[in-house]
Design a protein around this ligand. Structure first.
Ligand code: NAG
Ligand code: NAG
Ligand code: NAG
Ligand code: NAG
Ligand code: NAG
Ligand code: NAG
Ligand code: NAG
Ligand code: NAG
Length: 802
């Protein structure tokens, strides 16, 4: 009934208004080069949404995602990539590379090895658009590329040359990847048909084991002169097959195959390379290629258009009315959403490890990064894809015995903290994603919570005996059941606590008796709270007392400086300076009790102290905006009844730390996590993942509408007094579907039912809205987890659903 209120006319990109005022193409707002330098590590090339084929130029600089705008040189063009990841460069298997060799008579005048062939690119020649990437090398060779699902199409245009002295175009394939992780590989050249087949065994960039990769490259558009193989800087046209291994001391040989082409004087020459990829077989790589791009010489524009349409379709649920906000903010928003849909990649049908009818997605890289905002964003804008991803996680559990925590290239990745797939499952559960076997989900989560694997460095959790007996992860635990890096006792304790809360959520929903055990363990974080711990910075007391501290098996406290592992002190990872907190400080993990903020606030001394702590944390340099654990801390003022301060905080970080420059991300994008943070923040609704909760702040645009792709209902967030200069960033009052709404949060029904939030903004923090105890977001100690039904308007009556 309330849904039938007259709606404002929205000038939406696709709406009626679009016809009156021609709006630019939504894709014009997407800049894939955001975060292409300074550690963003984004994949800047051509991909479909969740596409396996990801084509881009690979450089010899910051090449984790293939390309970078850091001034480094191009070493190849390849079709498999991850996006935003840290650590070792990922994938980039079997790059191809075009060049003009000076002397056609002597093939050894060509430059084969990576360092010899590396070629700078013309900075302003780079064109990066959804589904398309183009670049011109300093030697004048132009490359552009597009993709379909499992095949990339590259065009290399060799400039015309007056030289008749035998200069000869060549395209080589290198039996390598970005990280030179290849263990062994084969290549065979079919000169008659212009086809190169290659396969090889490689290492995952942040995981254990090896994986096999296959490619099938067909060349078109030019007469093949000859072809052969190369090893280091020597080559021969006499040989068409090559197998390389690693020998003495795992010595690494550079090697591959090549074709040379006839080139007429004074004419440009365009060679088209169709690159099919597969993780199953060469045959499948070729079939993928033939099916995806049947007519390589004619298909380029068609593929590009298809890719663009696929992206427009994915963005279609969302529209904004900017209200005068600067263009760059719109670009940040749309680009963030775009990056959130690059990975995980849909590899259904490409999994060689088990046969299944279930979907298979790969590059959950890592769930420690993606559970917080990436998956929650997909749940809103692409619930079907998110549901398929969850099914893939469960199918992986079924066949590998464990839910993934990090997974790439068909391998298990290193675990950073807890078993955070548990959070992804609980999030899907409370948001009613469909098509998921919840009994299997619960079984998988209980497995995480109860059974310690021998190797908990890449699956499950470690220290479970202590966890169950002592109710915390001890410092220097004695753990003879399983093995992992015996560090991070504090961060693992707080993450396991939340993971157990998530287990209890599904257990309770399914009416399983055991759920109360997990609800109990969700309190375990309390056991590492040392109430007299102080924190000094350079000898100056911060004045705050009470912090998490490491604790030995015998109950005695250990010590970790609360600022250790922050930007003010040192970097701590699994291998570098391993500590009791992972990649962040006690200060930052001190706030990580997502399910019981109310109890945490009490523990830390009440609202006022909690707020000063958050302020100090954000203003002292302790907050690390470049890494995911910080995300929720931007919004936790809500839990102390001061949602206006969250709004203020997020408006201080965007655009100063998240913007549209190539160095516009504060850290690794991590499969789009930074993009999702930006998008949620701009929308004015921020998830607390695993719970049916979005925290409300002042959006960056006057109106945002999201049509739920399954219910087709449109949720709207509209700001009255919207101010594009962002002086009015404080919510004064809210109407939900026309009725006064005093809570500072809302549930996912907002999206599925298509409700309307009308926010009235002002220059000063409101003394009313969101402040009262009962208007704060839910906490375990205040009923969350015990009370499944969420009374959205606080009246006890469900007035909102027509
Ligand atoms: C190209 O960009 C890089 C990175 O910003 C810069 O170092 C280099 O100087 C630029 N080259 C030219 C020719 O402008
Ligand atoms: C390639 O290397 C992998 C990993 O070392 C090994 O398991 C495999 O047997 C090798 N393959 C061949 C064909 O030698
Ligand atoms: C790998 O490629 C070589 C050369 O084409 C081929 O002989 C071999 O059968 C391939 N191996 C697999 C497992 O496809
Ligand atoms: C999920 O389904 C239940 C039962 O139908 C309903 O009460 C609840 O509101 C739904 N939640 C969401 C987020 O749609
Ligand atoms: C601590 O002192 C050192 C040496 O004076 C200085 O370099 C550093 O910036 C100081 N750190 C902080 C957080 O004030
Ligand atoms: C507890 O264990 C730690 C580490 O082994 C030791 O330093 C401490 O003295 C022990 N405390 C007691 C009370 O035994
Ligand atoms: C853009 O973001 C980057 C990364 O956080 C930051 O270093 C830079 O100062 C920001 N630029 C602007 C103009 O705010
Ligand atoms: C939503 O719209 C799509 C496309 O128009 C349609 O196929 C689907 O049945 C609709 N779903 C509902 C629940 O109305």
């Amino acid at each position: 009934m309330l849904l039938q209120r007259p709606l404002l006319v929205i000038i939406s990109i696709w709406g009626v208004g679009a016809q009156q005022n021609p709006s630019p193409d939504i894709l014009d707002y997407i800049n894939p080069l955001i975060g292409s330098t300074n550690g963003g590590n984004v994949f800047a090339g051509a991909s479909l949404p969740y596409g396996l084929a990801k084509a881009v130029a690979d450089v010899d600089g910051q090449n984790t995602g293939g390309f970078a705008t850091d001034g480094s040189r191009v070493t190849g063009f390849s079709a498999l990539h991850d996006t935003g990841t840290g650590g070792n460069p990922s994938l980039g298997n079997f790059p191809i590379f075009p060049q003009v060799c000076p002397d056609g008579e002597d093939v050894n005048t060509c430059r084969f090895s990576k360092s010899a062939r590396a070629m700078g690119y013309v900075n302003d020649s780079v064109v990066a658009r959804p589904g398309y990437f183009g670049v011109t090398l300093e030697n004048g060779i132009k490359a552009d590329m597009t993709v379909s699902e499992r095949v990339a199409l590259f065009r290399f245009t060799f400039p015309s040359s007056a030289d008749s002295g035998g200069a000869t175009p060549l395209i080589l394939l290198d039996l390598t990847d970005l990280w030179d992780s290849r263990q062994n590989a084969s290549v065979s050249i079919d000169t008659k048909n212009g086809r190169i087949l290659a396969n090889g065994t490689f290492l995952p960039s942040f995981g254990v084991g090896t994986y096999k990769s296959y490619t099938c490259v067909d060349l078109y558009g030019a007469e093949i002169r000859d072809g052969g193989v190369w090893v280091n800087d020597r080559a021969s046209i006499e040989v068409q097959n090559l197998y390389v291994t690693r020998g003495f001391n795992l010595f690494y040989l550079q090697a591959g195959g090549f074709f040379r082409f006839n080139h007429k004087v004074n004419e440009e020459l365009t060679v088209t390379a169709r690159v099919g990829v597969s993780y199953r077989s060469s045959k499948q790589a070729c079939e993928n290629a033939e099916k995806g791009i049947p007519n390589p010489l004619e298909d380029f524009e068609r593929l590009r258009t298809q890719a663009e349409d696929a992206w427009r379709e994915k963005l279609r649920p969302i529209s904004i009315k900017s209200g005068g906000a600067v263009r760059e903010l719109e670009r940040s928003f749309w680009s963030g959403i775009y990056r959130n849909m690059l990975s995980p990649q849909d590899m259904t049908g490409e999994n060689p490890l088990w046969d299944s009818e279930e979907p298979y997605f790969d590059s959950f890289y890592c769930i420690w990064d993606s559970f917080r905002v990436q998956h929650p964003l997909l749940t809103i804008i692409d619930p079907e894809a998110q549901s398929r991803m969850v099914r893939s996680l469960l199918d992986t559990y079924k066949h590998e015995g464990w839910l993934p925590d990090c997974r790439m290239s068909l391998c298990k990745g290193w675990t950073q903290g807890g078993s955070n797939a548990d959070v992804v499952l609980a999030d899907a559960y409370v948001k009613n994603l469909t098509g998921i076997d919840w009994n299997l989900a619960y079984e998988a989560m209980v497995n995480d919570a109860e059974n310690e694997p021998l190797e908990w460095s890449y699956e499950g959790r470690g220290g479970l005996q202590s966890w169950k007996r002592l109710n915390y992860i001890p410092y220097l635990d004695f753990d003879y059941l399983g093995f992992g890096t015996n560090s991070r006792s504090i961060s693992r304790t707080v993450e396991y606590s939340y993971n157990d809360f998530c287990v209890s959520t599904i257990g309770k929903g399914l009416e399983r008796d055991g759920y109360t055990t997990y609800l109990q363990r969700a309190n375990n974080w309390k056991n590492l709270y040392k109430d007299d711990q102080t924190s000094f910075i350079n000898g100056t007391d911060t004045g705050f007392v009470g912090f998490f501290q490491p604790r030995y098996l015998n109950g005695t406290w250990g010590y970790q400086d609360p600022i250790a592992c922050s930007a003010l002190a040192s970097w701590c990872s699994l291998t570098s300076n391993p500590s009791e907190t992972f990649e962040s400080s006690v200060w930052e993990y001190q706030f990580y009790v997502p399910h019981d903020m109310s109890s945490l606030i009490t523990t830390l001394g009440g609202d006022e102290t909690f707020i000063s702590r958050l302020d100090f944390f954000h203003e002292s340099g302790l907050a690390d905006l470049g890494n995911e654990p910080v995300f929720l801390t931007v919004y936790q003022y809500h839990y102390a009844g001061r949602p206006g301060l969250s709004s203020n905080r997020v408006h201080s970080y965007i655009p100063s730390r998240f913007n549209t420059s190539t160095s516009g991300l504060p850290g690794n994008d991590d499969s789009g996590a930074m993009g999702a943070f930006t998008a949620f923040s701009m929308m004015g609704l921020f998830p607390n993942p695993g719970q049916n909760v979005y925290l409300i702040t002042a959006p960056f645009f006057e109106e945002i509408s999201i049509t739920h792709p399954q219910t087709n209902r449109t949720a709207r967030i509209r700001s009255v007094n919207f101010d594009p200069e962002y002086k009015r960033i404080y919510i004064q009052s809210i109407k939900l579907n026309g009725q006064v709404y005093t809570k500072s949060w809302i549930g996912h029904e907002f999206f599925t039912q298509g409700w309307t939030l009308e926010l009235v903004l002002g220059e000063e923090e409101s003394s009313g809205w969101g402040r009262a105890e009962e208007d704060r977001p839910p906490s375990l100690s205040m009923g969350l987890g015990r009370d499944v039904s969420m009374d959205m308007d606080g009246s006890g009556a469900d007035v909102l659903v027509s």
